[in-house]
Design a protein around this ligand. Structure first.
Ligand SMILES: [Zn+2]
Ligand SMILES: [Zn+2]
Length: 422
């Protein structure tokens, strides 16, 4: 995996790693009864433009048209920058007739931040149709279970409430006042962030800035009763489930599309921190997009980051190699026999690797090793004349000439022994 290449392709050799994490995703989604959805990568701009304001590091103040990767100049389509948004595709949402929908997805997303185009791999889940805090807890517990399934232990769950359109403006007013009052005391990069995005630079490492930030208004002090009750109930349920969490009252950046509960999952590896993903409730956004009241909660994980972490922690386990047979003919004129035998092997569900016609024994050894072949079948003209074929059992180092009618029996017997011995 090359983390520097934003558009890196996944080679056949690396595919098992992706299958490894996707298997864990699917296992947990099945337990929670979530249904997979595959949305189109290409979506109408009219839909995508509705989420300008919820892109990472982008606040309401600097919305511009560079964030969505448009297709062509005059097109009214773009690439999805997030899978959540594509779930609200008009055609898809119109087909969801159930009052509650539990959905999950894996796929690529494309972002275009200030002409810096990038591809990400996202895995996520959404619950549409439940307004109660139970949905938040279900999503959080599910997200944690996925990471645990993958063997991750040192996980930190941060939670906060991001209020609602009713109570958040009061907090924003207080924050603005605070910023104006303290602006001169901040470092240059903080001032830049404040001026461009009207928010505090929470990642600033300066001790002085951090000290000022810690005094900034907390959104939790401004929550209305409904939001407060929702937040309390979520925390109560998490405690009941023995799910450890840390409250991050200053944690409200990059969550402009959420309302009420927000959370993020941080994995630690020594000094390194991996922000694997997060989520929350986004009723307001769902209403903004669909025009209807639609309670919604979701989360997503950065699959690429997750893979990098699992790789580092040596938590990726390759699957056990399956039984394979290598088949090839000595001469081109034996191709008809070759294809008949291959078909017979395929009919019996035997994994068959095709060798090159007339290949040398060194090549045979090389391919057999690379493709994990336990048996080799060589079609030779002189043997074929007496209805036979060369069969090599590589596990027992046995070479014998067998009748064509015996191929399936011999290979199948060897395969069964191999599978039992595994
Ligand atoms: Zn509220
Ligand atoms: Zn600073």
């Amino acid at each position: 995996m090359n983390e520097n290449n934003k558009f890196s392709n996944i080679t056949p050799e690396e595919m098992w790693k992706w299958h490894f994490i996707e298997k864990a995703y699917r296992k947990i989604m099945k337990i929670y009864n979530f249904k997979e959805v595959r949305t189109s990568v290409v979506q109408p701009l009219s839909l995508l433009e509705k989420i300008y304001f919820f892109m990472d590091n982008l606040s309401d103040n600097n919305i511009n048209d560079t964030t969505i990767l448009k297709i062509g100049n005059e097109s009214s389509y773009g690439l999805r920058p997030d899978i959540t948004i594509s779930i609200f595709n008009e055609e898809l949402i119109s087909k969801m007739s159930d009052p509650v929908n539990r959905l999950f997805y894996c796929g690529q997303i494309f972002r275009n931040l200030k002409n810096n185009i990038s591809q990400h791999h996202q895995f996520g889940a959404e619950i549409l149709g439940i307004a109660e805090p139970l949905a938040e807890v279900e999503i959080i517990s599910l997200a944690i279970r996925v990471t645990r399934e993958l063997g991750l232990k040192n996980l930190q769950l941060n939670v906060n409430s991001y209020g609602c359109p009713k109570c958040r403006p009061n907090f924003e007013k207080a924050l603005k006042k605070f910023i104006i009052k303290h602006k001169n005391k901040y470092c240059e990069s903080c001032v830049q962030k404040i001026e461009s995005q009207n928010e505090l630079h929470k990642e600033c490492t300066s001790e002085k800035c951090r000290a000022i930030n810690s005094e900034a208004p907390k959104i939790t002090s401004y929550l209305c009763n409904d939001c407060k009750n929702n937040y309390t109930e979520v925390k109560l349920m998490l405690s009941n489930l023995m799910i450890d969490y840390q409250e991050k009252p200053h944690y409200e950046n990059n969550f402009r599309y959420y309302n009420r509960t927000v959370f993020e999952l941080i994995a630690k590896n020594g000094e390194e921190e991996y922000r694997l993903g997060g989520g929350g409730r986004y009723d307001s956004l769902a209403k903004h997009i669909t025009g209807n009241t639609l309670p919604a909660v979701g989360f997503s994980l950065n699959s690429f980051l997750l893979l990098q972490l699992l790789d580092k922690l040596k938590l990726l386990y390759p699957p056990k190699p399956e039984f394979h047979v290598l088949l090839y003919a000595k001469n081109l004129n034996l191709n008809i026999t070759f294809i008949h035998i291959a078909q017979d092997l395929h009919d019996h569900g035997i994994n068959t690797v095709f060798g090159y016609t007339g290949m040398k024994s060194a090549q045979e050894t090389e391919i057999a090793k690379k493709e994990n072949c336990q048996a080799v079948l060589v079609i030779e003209e002189n043997l074929l004349n007496s209805g036979k074929i060369k069969y090599k059992d590589l596990t027992k180092h046995l070479v014998q000439n067998i009748y064509l009618q015996e191929i399936i029996e011999c290979i199948d017997r060897q395969r069964k022994i191999y599978e039992v011995e595994e």
